[in-house]
Ligand binder design. Structure first.
Ligand SMILES: Cc1ncc(COP(=O)(O)O)c(C=O)c1O
Length: 425
């Protein structure tokens, strides 16, 4: 297939007419498809249905006899802490089991730091004239929304395929004490699907930061979400930070939202024992105890880390065909045409698609007119502004396979139409 911008004008005009005709047929078909939602599909949720009955009126006690129906156990049941310490690659003293959403833990952590500082005598960030957070982009819109909501400035940093651009980051943090932290999704990053290399992890841990209270917000939402084989090995960020003499630097998050039930799972916070003490002191004022029944459900359902991994293979069997469909339709329609590139993730929930510069909004708008909802252009960048207006996040897990195929075809056709119109202008 020849690159569109190298095609003779008449050929390009003819191709444009064909694509327009296809687009008109899509519009007439009255589709109503949605690729915006990074949600598990019903078949994925069904995998965890035994959890709905695994705790009953006859079995609601933890292994030490704790009555899980009652108050107490501020930072989690011991067996839940053991299971999720293994999941996070830390010691049980370095983990706290939260409620149903890791986003809540992240927001709480930011609120605490804003109001009270990081707990080592540094001032609360809200008292500083300027606080900035590094935001590898494209990234997770909800991370950026937390910063925007709290008046924290965001500094985008490019992704490289092995994590964010470390040369740029090291330069920035070394000379600017207003840069207080960085958001990271280290495995199957949202949306690029990349895995941070060990070198990236080590450099984040070792780098010299002007800010004494610099924090890495390490959101490991997709640590075990591989489509085939064992989950990737990655240098543990807490270990790396301890080795580098910065044990308090990472605050690690995860949840089972995309393992068991979204909004009905367990969220986990991990970090140095000192950081966990700091959080526990404040948790005391926030709650008299978490939902231990849900913790018990998870522990009984999985047993151990190997149980989580086995369960994830069942998820993979459901989601992998959807990702294969995205790849096969994008390559069929767009390969070699020089107008788009996209990621081929080995796990996670998203494909990151780049069209030509200055076209993403138009493509998303055209697809919408044909009944295909795509994540708004710009959503993957701080403040919703993609400086090149080219990135579109594809979330193929929730829709039925044939709907994923149809929606991606519409995306590909719209991308070509918009690209050709730009060339012909
Ligand atoms: C990177 C990332 N972190 C966190 C979440 C949300 O997690 P939770 O449901 O635990 O709040 C998502 C959901 O899409 C995500 O992509």
């Amino acid at each position: 297939m020849s690159e569109l911008n190298a095609m003779p004008r008449e050929e390009l005009t003819a191709l444009h007419a064909q694509l327009r005709a296809r687009y008109d047929r899509f519009r007439q078909a009255g589709m109503s498809l949605d690729l915006t939602r990074g949600k598990p599909c019903p078949a994925q949720l069904d995998l965890s249905n035994p959890m709905l009955t695994i705790v009953s009126d006859e079995s609601f006690r933890a292994s030490d006899g704790t009555d899980c129906r009652n108050y107490g156990g501020l930072d989690g049941l011991p067996e839940a802490k053991s299971l999720f310490a293994a999941y996070m690659g830390v010691d049980p003293t370095e983990v706290i089991i939260g409620g149903n959403a890791s986003l809540t833990l992240m927001y709480d952590i930011f609120m605490r730091i804003m109001l009270m500082g990081v707990g080592d005598g540094q001032p609360p960030w809200s008292q500083l004239p300027r606080v900035r957070i590094l935001c590898p982009s494209p990234g997770y819109d909800r991370h950026f929304a937390i910063c925007a909501n709290l008046g924290i400035e965001m500094l985008p940093v490019e992704m490289t395929g092995a994590g964010p651009d470390m040369d740029a980051i090291e330069d920035l943090v070394a000379g600017d004490e207003t840069i207080k932290g960085i958001w990271c999704v280290p495995i199957y990053s949202n949306p690029t699907g990349e895995i941070y290399s060990d070198d990236t992890v080590n450099r984040l841990a070792r780098m010299t930061t002007q800010a004494k209270d610099f924090r890495i917000f390490w959101d490991n939402a997709y640590a075990v979400h591989r489509f085939a084989g064992e989950p990737p090995e990655q240098k543990n960020v807490l270990t790396a930070c301890k080795e580098a003499g910065h044990p308090e630097r990472p605050l690690m998050f995860a949840s089972t939202s995309k393992i068991t039930f979204a909004s009905g799972g367990l969220a986990v916070l991990a970090g140095s024992a000192r950081n966990m003490d700091w959080v526990r002191q404040q948790l005391f004022y926030q709650t008299i105890g978490p939902d231990k029944l849900n913790q018990l459900r998870h522990v009984r359902f999985f047993g151990d880390l190997a149980g989580i991994r086995r369960h994830m293979q069942k998820h993979a069997a459901i989601v992998q065909p959807r990702f294969e469909a995205v790849e096969s339709i994008l390559s069929r329609e767009l390969a070699g045409k020089g107008v788009a590139d996209w990621t081929r993730p080995q796990g996670g929930y998203f494909v990151s698609f780049n069209g030509p510069d200055g076209c993403a909004r138009e493509v998303v708008g055209m697809a919408q007119e044909a009944g295909v909802k795509l994540t708004p252009a710009g959503a993957t960048f701080p403040l919703g502004v993609d400086p090149r207006d080219r990135n579109i996040r594809i979330a193929p897990t929730f829709a039925a396979l044939e709907d994923v195929e149809a929606a991606v075809e519409v995306l590909a056709v719209c991308t070509q139409i918009v690209s050709i119109e730009k060339i012909l202008l």
